[in-house]
Write a protein that binds this ligand. Sequence first.
Ligand code: SOE
Length: 372
Amino acid sequence: MTDKLSVGVLGYRFMGKAHSNALARLPMFFPDAPDVERSVIVGRDEEALSDAAERFGFESTATDWRDVVDDVDVFYNLGPNHLHAEPSIAALEAGASVFCEKPLAPTLDEAEAMRDAARAADGVAGCAFNYRFVPAIRYAKRLIESGELGEIRHVRGRYLQDWLVDADAPWTWRMDEDAAGSGALGDLGAHTIDLVRFLVSDRAGDIDRISGHLQTFVDERPVPGEDEYRPVTVDDAYTAQAEFENGAVGSFEASRFADGHKNDHTIEIHGSEGSLQFSLERLNELEVKTGDARGYETVLVTDEDDPYLDHWWPPGHVLGWEHTFVHENYEFLSAVAGGGDFSPSFEDGYEVQSILDAIERSDEAGEWVSLG
Ligand code: SOE
């Protein structure tokens, strides 16, 4: 009887590669991680799936997740957003643990159903907000919770990309409301809202009220390989402003039209005693201003007592985007094997979805929406 965790993964493209790479890294860099068997990878295109199974180290393939969820210990849902709810709920009800990519779901109703299924299940249910597992973000959380920034006054988050600046960039499911739920708001804003909750909710409380605006700049795009255009039914960009329970002021935005910004997720926090700034494009660094410093100090967060760094290289040998997936997979699988809890959970995923939903309701109503 093997004590390996059997893993089934739905999705073999971008996130399938990111998580498969993480699973492959664990034995070498996190030797105390649970033993995992990459049992089955699920997708529709059998030729592409077979190639992915070979490259990503999976024992078998399947074209229907219904044939998988009863037979694995852990189910990774890396499919498009509209496929997050049903397979994840089925896997939880079959007794598996589930790791679902963000955002938890396209709609608040689906996120609520997933949250409730997780509450009723024995398995661990995690939502893969990978940026919580950046060492510099962990360092930022320690600084905030130590009180070094004092009372939180300003929270600013923006996530800027530019892959849709070209009006002829092809249509994908991410531009369809039925498949994605929303555009930049759910795809990028979900990360920002989750990080903000992770960093400041203990000291500033949750978001109490919010107002938002969504915008679509290009309302149809060419379908690859076909002589047709399809409508874009989601936002290309969003902005929002918020008030936290402690009175702190929040401002958030994301765009797929921010020409010159490739994957620029920045968080800035100002307190009564100091400030910090993080940018994903410089993910090993944290800009910190505390105490009587006259300005920001750039801290390179790569020391061996910094979170996760002792698993990798000596100080200064910087990490990359893919390492965040190794960290989150280590924590998730350790929680599964050890019967512990994992954050961010489906509860966290639901809370994020509630705030995204409030931003959309505010945009529709043209007024602030209370979350309290
Ligand atoms: C969008 O392009 C995207 O891939 C997001 O879906 C991911 O969550 C983000 O980490 C990088 O950008």
